[in-house]
Design a protein around this ligand. Structure first.
Ligand SMILES: Cc1cc2nc3c(=O)[nH]c(=O)nc-3n(C[C@H](O)[C@H](O)[C@H](O)COP(=O)(O)OP(=O)(O)OC[C@H]3O[C@@H](n4cnc5c(N)ncnc54)[C@H](O)[C@@H]3O)c2cc1C
Length: 490
């Protein structure tokens, strides 16, 4: 009988359309399925993402007939130990292109190689692998629109024909005892993983749930995606991001289903998936941008600091800025572990341009709470909004949280869903609670203000909304400050 292969699952928690299974089958008919609980990755993730991951692992284990082995430890140690203990022929993975994953895999590969076992990387979590395409000059793309052209020209493979039956899976119960080994049934006992009851309501985890979500969206809501995807008050986007994050579905599966469709909705969805690949490509070429400004001019940017800045940061995190769309988004993040894309941009703009705080503080908060928290998409989504990233919005574009709310949540339903203090305000007036009932101009301490301008606590306009905070800053004033600071570094 040939020595067994090891299939080491990471961000590919599925069995269909998984090229690594084909590569494993080329070398052996039998395989051991393993996932490593690596503290280096678990530590920065908040409990919603870990709970979702645990759910995906349980689903994968069930699909494997209860044959998923979990190892708790450093992959650089536990994978070579496992390979040694079962006399493995080879170890198979989908390649990882993130800064940590690349280094980890290189170290595992070197350690396995010393024992004569190859680490075989097949496929990746992306439609077009990071680093695969470049500009005509051979340089990495810096602008999304040109990247998307190259990405479409390059194209992607058809889904790989794999299932749970592609390999005969070894039963971990029959293996010799291994340090750090556990079964999915014991996951709940691990600190930080077990108790998901008090956390946000999470989407159903696992491959079957991801495929169901995608097919329902494709059949019932794809038409209209292009026109409604910017509306946080509607369920108008795929909500596939947590599933894509953990590879419960591969983007290639989605793109394959869209292949025949000339519709504008299909084309816009393809573009969104291209953004995901683009940011992975950018991070692959510039791993430093996980922490540092893509545009180094921004290293000289002046940020606010001190007790007032900290208080403002807390108000932003808690959804108590007094700007309804910002607060709704920040509360959706805490309530669901997810936030609508338009509102991610509005809240990120507010932190960086109205509160003058560094993007990485907001990015860290997002990474902690997002179930779909993904280093490339998150850090570069933040950098784009802050103006220091690739293909950035022009520096003078500062999102106005009031007009953005009125435009993209035109009936105010999204705000009322997440900000109960404002539920008694009908329609889009909810985006300007300070203007309520103001037949005559409101007055702040500094004189007359317009309905555009927030007023301070205790003004008559707040009589009906006293539980809701007044705006912590005046957007019009902070916009001027933001532009002045951009001017200093241009
Ligand atoms: C500040 C900020 C932080 C973000 N952080 C993350 C993150 O941590 N993880 C994450 O997956 N996305 C992130 N995004 C991108 C985007 O907001 C989410 O992918 C999207 O809201 C997920 O919802 P959906 O699956 O319904 O999207 P859909 O509109 O249905 O799009 C389908 C898929 O395309 C991809 N996609 C869509 N928009 C983008 C985008 N702007 N950038 C990259 N990929 C995109 C996602 O994989 C998404 O699931 C961030 C955006 C911003 C502005």
């Amino acid at each position: 009988m040939p020595d067994p292969a090891i299939v080491w699952f990471r961000r590919d928690l599925r069995l269909t359309d998984l090229p690594a299974l084909l590569a494993a089958r080329d070398r052996s008919t039998r395989a051991l399925a393993v996932f490593v609980l690596d503290d280096a990755l678990l530590r920065p993730a908040g409990s919603p993402r870990i709970a979702f991951l645990a759910g995906c692992l349980r689903a994968l284990d069930a699909d494997l007939g209860g044959r998923l082995l979990l190892l708790h430890g450093d992959p650089v140690e536990v994978i070579p130990q496992l390979a040694h203990s079962i006399n493995a022929d080879s170890v198979h993975v989908s390649a990882d292109f993130g800064p940590y994953g690349t280094q980890r895999d290189d170290a595992v590969q070197a350690s396995l190689a010393a024992a004569g076992v190859p680490l075989i990387r097949t496929g990746s979590p992306y439609a077009v692998t990071p680093g695969r395409i470049s500009t005509k000059a051979g340089t990495p793309y810096k602008v999304f629109t040109s990247y998307r052209r190259g990405w479409l020209d390059h194209g992607w493979r058809s889904p790989a024909a794999t299932t749970a039956d592609s390999l005969a899976w070894l039963d971990p119960a029959e293996l010799p005892p291994l340090a750090g080994a556990l079964r999915c049934s014991a996951l709940g006992a691990l600190p930080g993983i077990g108790d998901e009851r008090d956390g946000p309501a999470l989407p159903p985890p696992g491959e079957a749930a991801a495929l169901r979500r995608w097919r329902t969206f494709r059949d019932e809501r794809l038409t209209g995606y292009d026109t409604h995807r910017d509306r946080p008050d509607r369920d108008a986007t795929t909500r596939l991001s947590p599933h894509l994050k953990f590879g419960c579905i591969h983007p290639r599966t989605v793109l394959h289903d869209l292949r025949e469709s000339p519709s504008s909705a299909a084309s816009v969805l393809r573009s969104e998936l291209a953004w995901r690949d683009f940011y992975a490509d950018v991070l692959f070429h510039r791993p430093d941008t996980a922490r540092r400004n893509y545009n180094p001019r921004f290293d000289a940017m002046r940020y606010d600091a001190g007790p007032d800045a900290e208080a403002a940061f807390d108000s932003w995190r808690e959804g108590r800025t007094g700007y309804p769309i910002v607060d709704a988004g920040m509360r959706q993040l805490l309530g669901e572990g997810w936030m609508h894309n338009r509102v991610r941009m509005i809240t990120a703009s507010f932190l960086t341009k109205d509160l003058h705080l560094p993007w990485w503080r907001g990015a860290r908060h997002f990474m902690k709470h997002l179930v779909d928290g993904d280093l490339a998409s998150n850090q570069h989504g933040w950098q784009w909004t802050a103006g220091c990233g690739t293909d950035a919005a022009p520096y003078f574009r500062v999102f106005n949280p009031v007009t953005q709310g009125e435009r993209f949540d035109p009936d105010g339903d999204y705000v009322r869903r997440w900000v109960p203090e404002l539920r008694h305000i009908d329609g889009k007036a909810v985006h300007r609670p300070w203007a309520r009932g103001a037949a005559a101009p409101l007055f702040s301490v500094n004189g007359p203000v317009s309905a555009d301008m927030p007023v301070s606590v205790g003004t008559p306009g707040y009589a009906d909304t006293s539980a809701y905070p007044s705006p912590i800053v005046d957007h019009a004033e902070e916009r001027v400050v933001a532009l002045a600071r951009f001017g200093e570094i241009r």
